[in-house]
Design a protein around this ligand. Structure first.
Ligand code: FAD
Ligand code: NAI
Length: 474
């Protein structure tokens, strides 16, 4: 039996960051993670590093480069002859990027003196000296600590009766390692994974059809921004069917067929070489043996926590995808830091109102705060200002003028309530809005700040000016 101050179960962004912060605060900390690389060795970083954020962004970049060379370099007077695609190399590059991140985390554990255990951690009992956790796998050990942070993450949700085989019917895992570009690719769910993975394979040559149950496209996104993005995806050749009901799915040697009913109630059939199912994710608590200590779960299997990530058990905390709230790596990380600080008696803090969202398609979609439809529903009086990238000099120079920046500010106080961007580098531009909202800035504050010229960030300033109907360049 090995005793620690803090045991973190799960080494994804929530868990590994919590472990590092706990160690920085002087706690003797262990982190247990079961993810294996192709050789069976440790691969910390969780979903994000292994089959999520990092590999998807690597492939989004590679496929975007290919798409640019194939279709857009010519606009800059650059002729490309004999353009080829080496998918094996592209996938290998993605794997290298993942490996660098796995190794980086192992290095950080050493640097911060976090003891890493490669294996599955499961509760055994709550004893007087703390919670006992048994590790099984490459490392076999029983650990004990007064503080446990559960950060076991989430897994892809399968359609009832249609398990993932990762050959024809793919989760995010299989979607990131298709060995040959499918001629026809079907996707179920036009959420974040559907759009990002659909974009990767469309750029590489697949005919992509997305079947979405909801009648609205990207319902959580500001409607004006979602409309603009929808237009762009359709223009690029992605077929997006909304308001569908997915029926029987048959998988054979040749491919997959999906029976579905369209929004008008007409029966339809989709034949595809591969099918990606991206209909949300479920929390991972099965292997944790929560019943051994009476850890409370909700009906989805998520660990029940309060606003500060406390579970029903004293000294047991939970963060990231395994608890309520958005399934985002940076939300998991911030909760991990805050919990480590709370264990140390400090005032850990996560502002759920300023967690940014980014969809890394082209155009990128990013937002923070409230949407216009949320403000209307809540009866909040607001003023909106928008500025199109079409009127931004840097966007024109880049040759990427799709989209806009949109500000929503309180009508009485001018406080920024939401910022929504669809367009080039939205993922980077959103940070300014997050900082502004964290400091409870007004739209006028942003409008008065000097922004470099020519830069995409000038569109942010102009949208802030537009709140007061005084854009200078539009
Ligand atoms: P995870 O990353 O899931 O890590 C949990 C870890 O715990 C895993 O390694 C798991 O093996 C391990 N584990 C589980 N049970 C046990 C046990 N009993 N014992 C030991 N180990 C255990 N988010 C973003 O913010 N930006 C993005 O661009 C983004 N892109 C994504 C793309 C895809 C395709 C997917 C699927 C997700 C993406 N996400 C993105 C979401 C992001 O990956 C998750 O929100 C994030 O990984 C959650 O972190 P976590 O630490 O809570 O859980
Ligand atoms: P999602 O929740 O984003 O989207 C799922 C979509 O599937 C929804 O639009 C839903 O209406 C639809 N759907 C559900 N059941 C359906 C059915 N039976 N038939 C047809 N459509 C159906 O979930 P997704 O895309 O699986 O991603 C999971 C999570 O991972 C995201 O919510 C996000 O938190 C995270 N993620 C974040 C990324 C980022 O930050 N860039 C990238 C990828 C994932």
């Amino acid at each position: 039996m090995k005793t620690f101050d803090v045991i973190v179960v799960g080494g994804g962004p929530g868990g590994y960051i919590a472990a590092i912060r706990a160690a920085q605060l002087g706690f003797n900390t262990a982190c247990i993670d079961e993810w294996k690389n192709e050789k069976g060795g440790p691969a910390p970083g969780g979903t994000c590093t292994n089959v999520g954020c990092i590999p998807s962004k690597a492939l989004l970049q590679s496929s975007e480069n290919y798409d640019q060379a194939a279709h857009h370099f010519v606009d800059h007077g650059i002729e490309v002859k004999g353009l080829g695609l080496d998918l094996t190399k592209m996938l290998a590059r993605k794997d290298t990027v993942v490996k660098q991140n796995n190794e980086g985390i192992l290095f950080l554990f050493k640097k911060n003196k976090v003891t890493f255990f490669h294996g599955r951690g499961a509760f055994v009992a709550a004893a007087a000296d703390g919670y006992q956790i048994k590790v099984t796998g490459a490392a076999e050990e029983t650990l004990v600590a007064k503080h446990v942070i559960v950060a076991t993450g989430s897994s892809a949700r399968a359609l009832a009766g249609t398990p993932f085989d990762e050959d024809k019917i793919l989760s995010n895992d299989g979607a990131l390692r298709i060995g040959a570009v499918p001629q026809k690719l079907g996707l179920i769910g036009s959420g974040v994974i559907g759009l990002e993975m659909g974009s990767v394979w469309r750029r590489l040559g697949s005919q992509v059809t997305v079947l979405e149950a909801l009648p609205t496209f990207l319902g959580a996104v500001d409607e004006q921004i979602a409309r603009e993005a929808h237009k762009a995806f359709i223009r690029q050749g992605m077929k997006i069917e909304l308001g569908v009901k997915v029926g029987e799915i048959k998988s054979g040697k040749k491919g997959v067929s999906v029976a579905w009913t369209d929004a008008k109630g007409q029966a339809q059939m989709l034949d595809a070489d591969k099918l990606i199912v991206s209909i949300g994710r479920v929390p991972n608590t099965v292997g944790l043996n929560p019943d051994a200590v009476g850890l409370k779960l909700d009906e989805r299997g998520a660990v029940v926590v309060d606003d500060e990530c406390r579970t029903n058990l004293p000294g047991v905390w939970a963060v990231g995808d395994v608890v309520r709230g958005p399934m985002l790596a940076h939300k998991a990380e911030d909760e991990g830091v805050a919990v480590a600080e709370r264990i140390a008696g400090q005032h850990g803090h996560v502002n759920f109102n300023t967690i940014p969202w980014v969809i890394y398609t082209n155009p990128e979609i990013a937002w923070v705060g409230q949407t216009e439809q949320q403000l209307k529903a809540a009866g909040v009086k607001y003023r909106a200002g928008t500025f199109p990238f079409m009127a931004n000099g840097r966007a024109r120079a880049l040759g990427d003028t799709t989209g806009m920046v949109k500000f929503l500010a309180d009508a009485a106080t001018d406080e920024i309530l939401g910022v929504h961007i669809v367009g080039p580098m939205a993922s980077e531009l959103i940070s300014e809005a997050v900082v502004a909202m964290e400091f409870r800035a007004s739209a006028e504050d942003i409008a008065r700040i000097c922004h470099a010229h020519p830069s995409l960030s000038e569109a942010t300033r102009e949208a802030a000016l537009a709140v007061d109907k005084r854009s200078l360049n539009f």
